[in-house]
Design a protein around this ligand. Structure first.
Ligand SMILES: [Zn+2]
Length: 244
């Protein structure tokens, strides 16, 4: 279906999810981004995850993350997870926020990030990748990053308070946060602001994959907090190392 040559939308039993044809040969990692209507049960069945401990997050729009060396709890508080241990499935849930998967299949390391404007201002993506680089000796150019669907900058309107805290932490980057035609409102480019952090750290363009679709404008595929604030449905992003 949707195809910009870097991702496909595939379907299993009426549930659709994204795959990346260029990453077809990477079989030591299980990963993906779902669309609507998936459950944990469907995920386990469709992706063969019975042997995995599934870790979820109470997401708090922070820069807090966990580097899992063992499973001490299946529910943690924070917005990102890293592990080098097989059979642990890292998951985040989103509806407008950006889910990011990061991995090095050779060095057997996987990470996941949930990020909205607050986490972006705090640079959680950069902090997670920096830890992977520093503590595991992984070179940035060997890392893959997959950015899932999120709200686009046209649909993502934020107020003066966001602009103020943005300016304080980031200085000026006009193309990432720019004025709306409405007074006191701004458009925030969540995707580009996180891409910026990945590129700043030295990740290579050809190893960064983007599902550049807007969650708010594609109601058939995605839940959107901005479109339907009372809908509690969420898409699931997940990644884990297979035990090979
Ligand atoms: Zn949009």
């Amino acid at each position: 279906m949707k195809n910009n040559f870097s991702y496909f939308l595939e379907e299993k039993e009426k549930l659709s999810f994204f795959t990346f044809p260029k990453l077809r040969n990477i079989d030591s990692i299980v990963y993906g981004f779902t669309t609507k209507h998936w459950t944990k049960k469907a995920l386990i069945e469709n992706f063969n995850l019975k042997n995995f401990s599934i870790i979820s997050l109470k997401q708090i729009h922070s820069d807090k993350f966990h580097f899992l060396k063992e499973v001490y709890s299946k529910r943690l508080v924070g917005d990102a997870l890293i592990t080098t241990i097989p059979n642990i499935l890292l998951t985040v849930k989103t509806a407008d926020c950006l889910p990011i998967l990061i991995f090095d299949d050779k060095k057997r390391t996987v990470a996941i990030v949930h990020v909205g404007w607050k986490g972006t201002i705090k640079k959680i993506t950069k902090k997670v990748v920096q830890v992977i680089i520093d503590s595991l000796g992984i070179k940035p150019f060997s890392l893959f990053a997959l950015l899932g669907p999120c709200i686009c900058s046209k649909c993502y309107e934020v107020g003066e308070e966001v602009k103020e805290s943005w300016k304080k932490e980031w200085g000026v980057f006009d193309y990432l946060l720019y004025p709306s035609i409405k007074k006191g409102k701004y458009h925030f480019d969540l995707r580009k602001a996180n891409l910026f952090q990945l590129k700043e750290l030295g990740l290579r363009q050809e190893k960064i994959f983007n599902i550049n679709l807007c969650t708010k404008s594609n109601s058939k595929l995605f839940y959107s907090y901005r479109r339907e604030p009372t809908n509690e449905g969420r898409m699931i992003a997940f990644i884990g190392l297979k035990n090979i």
